[in-house]
Design a protein around this ligand. Structure first.
Ligand code: GLY
Length: 558
């Protein structure tokens, strides 16, 4: 009963902030927008305690690992894009990588066929996690408060519990059978949950305490590392403790480009996000999309044709830059980009079969999570992190209270053979020891006329890039307020299959019919949620926050 009362109080507390957060107000100094109210609240608590956006990032990330097990994590990886108040910016790549014992044909049988599910479910799907190393690296370089203080709220949530939401219950219950199949009937999440149930995770609290005390060694050595390695090896993994110890996050230059008077600061390889965003925005720049109107036939045609051309390149050329030569100077060249759009015809769809990379159906998991943070100094953080599939490989390690990722499926197991979401990859993204698998995560920060303008990102596998693309245009070209921009209906094309996926029941059937009439395959049936964008807008000094209505996402301002 006490717990329920506490929960109701917490909800009121959070909602009051959400309400304020969605209204333009000069009083707002900053805030956090994440997939869960508890996590956003933790981040703001740190900001109010004098921490900066980077401190809040660390706290929010660990809180998500507790209250959002579908994608929040300490055993996955991610990308961090930041912009300091003085305008300097950078990115950290803490993407998972292939274990040292991995090899190109890891998921093939003796006759060279891909073994179904091998890269998706179970221990062999697990990549070397980067989240703890990445988060600690961010803290070391940019944080101001003690690590232990930033992890404590997550420890409290794991120990005292949090109330599961309706949406979480339907997700957890939907996967229960697989959890049991992989981990046995007594596994932690085998329970039949109801909304409002309090989930406590003392095993995870113990691990978090270890990290709070010992930093990265609290994760990659001692009993935690032993539990990770033995937990995955039991289910067939090749991960070793040496892999954990050798894992290093990498500071990389951001992928930046200009669109009209905007400067877009996004993630470069091994994410495809920034590159595809760059290509797509440059492809549409010569057209007056503002005058076409939001989600009209013309604006959809233009954006779809840009999307399919960019995703075609993605399938062929992109991979970990430390392992493959990616011809970025060509892919981002203005003449090349103009030429790619030269076949675009308003009167008929360009079939994907006529679009060749260079002159895929890439569909990853939609279970990733994004959060955006702004502090009162003006420091901005954009983070997308993932276990890949929902609850990753479904391997749950009781001793440490977490699911392990299945990020290995983001590699191309065999050229031309689609992965679990239909991805066709190439040798650029083939498995090699210590190589990082290609990603679509697109944490992004946008400047307008040199000032901070927009912080955003999304989960949604391959739809991440198109969700970010459309949201930037909603704000900048269509002048939508931030909440309307993140909620706006979305559509997606990724070259192969050659169809536009529309969010169901959101688009006028006559519009879809008109597109079909000129050769587009317009798919509503198979579509579900496309992205969940969490964003912060700073427009003429006024800060507004937008939390996507598609999830439990919550904006907390301060
Ligand atoms: N696993 C989703 C991504 O990295 O794009």
């Amino acid at each position: 009963m006490k717990n329920i009362q506490r929960l109701i109080k917490t909800c009121f507390f959070v909602l009051s902030f959400v309400f304020i957060g969605c209204k333009p107000s000069t009083k707002i100094k900053g805030g956090v927008v994440s997939a869960m109210p508890y996590a956003s609240e933790v981040g703001v608590k740190i900001l109010k305690a004098g921490g900066n956006a980077y401190d809040a990032m660390v706290a929010t990330n660990f809180a998500l690992a507790v209250v959002y097990p579908v994608a929040g994590n300490i055993t996955g990886g991610g990308f961090f894009v930041y912009r300091n108040a003085d305008g300097s910016s950078g990115t950290l790549d803490y993407r998972e990588q292939a274990p040292e014992k991995a090899f190109k044909d890891l998921y093939l049988d003796e006759v060279g066929n891909v073994i179904p599910k091998k890269s998706i479910v179970g221990g062999l799907a697990v990549g070397v996690p980067g989240t703890v190393a990445g988060t600690i690296e961010i803290h070391k370089k940019l944080g101001t408060l003690p690590l232990s203080m930033l992890i404590q709220p997550a420890i409290d949530l794991a120990e005292n519990g949090y109330a599961v939401t309706e949406k979480q219950v339907s997700s957890l219950n939907g996967y229960r059978e697989v959890f049991i199949e992989v981990n046995g009937p007594d596994t932690f999440y085998a329970k039949d949950f109801k909304a409002g149930d309090i989930i406590k995770n003392p095993a995870l609290a113990k691990v978090l305490r270890e990290i709070a005390t010992n930093g990265i060694e609290g994760f990659n050595s001692g009993w935690v590392a032993e539990a990770v390695v033995s937990g995955v090896q039991t289910s067939g993994c090749i991960l070793t403790q040496k892999d954990l110890v050798n894992y290093k996050p990498k500071w990389r230059d951001p992928l930046t480009f200009f669109y009209k008077d905007l400067k877009v600061i996004s993630m470069g390889l091994p994410s495809s996000g920034g590159i595809c965003l760059n290509q797509m925005m440059k492809m549409i720049e010569p057209y007056n999309i503002k005058d076409m109107g939001h989600n009209t036939q013309k604006s959809i045609q233009l954006m779809v044709e840009a999307e399919k051309r960019s995703y075609a390149d993605r399938s062929e050329f992109l991979g970990d830059p430390d392992f493959v030569q990616v011809p970025l100077n060509i892919l981002l060249d203005s003449v090349y980009i103009k030429k790619k759009m030269s076949g675009f015809d308003w009167t008929k769809a360009t079939p994907s079969s006529e679009i060749k990379p260079g002159d895929s159906y890439y569909f990853e998991s939609d279970e990733t999570t994004h959060f955006s943070i702004l502090d009162d100094h003006g420091n901005a953080v954009s983070v997308t992190t993932t276990l890949n599939g929902a609850y990753g490989s479904k391997v749950f390690i009781d001793e440490i209270g977490v699911f392990m990722n299945n990020e290995m499926d983001d590699f191309s197991s065999k050229p031309g053979v689609p992965n679990m979401f239909g991805l066709i990859g190439n040798l650029a993204n083939a498995i090699e020891p210590k190589k990082r698998m290609l990603s679509s995560m697109t944490p992004t920060i946008v400047e307008k006329k040199g000032e901070l303008y927009l912080i955003l990102g999304s989960p949604g596998g391959s739809t991440i890039i198109t969700s970010v693309f459309q949201t930037i245009l909603n704000v900048y070209e269509h002048n939508f307020p931030i909440q309307k921009s993140v909620n706006a209906s979305r559509f997606h094309h990724q070259w192969l299959p050659d169809s536009i996926t529309f969010e169901p029941n959101k688009f006028d059937p006559r519009l879809l019919q008109n597109l079909k009439n000129i050769g587009y395959n317009a798919e509503e049936k198979k579509s579900k949620i496309i992205g969940k964008v969490d964003a912060i807008l700073v427009n003429d000094g006024i800060i507004t926050l937008g939390a996507d209505y598609r999830g439990d996402d919550t904006a907390v301002a301060y």
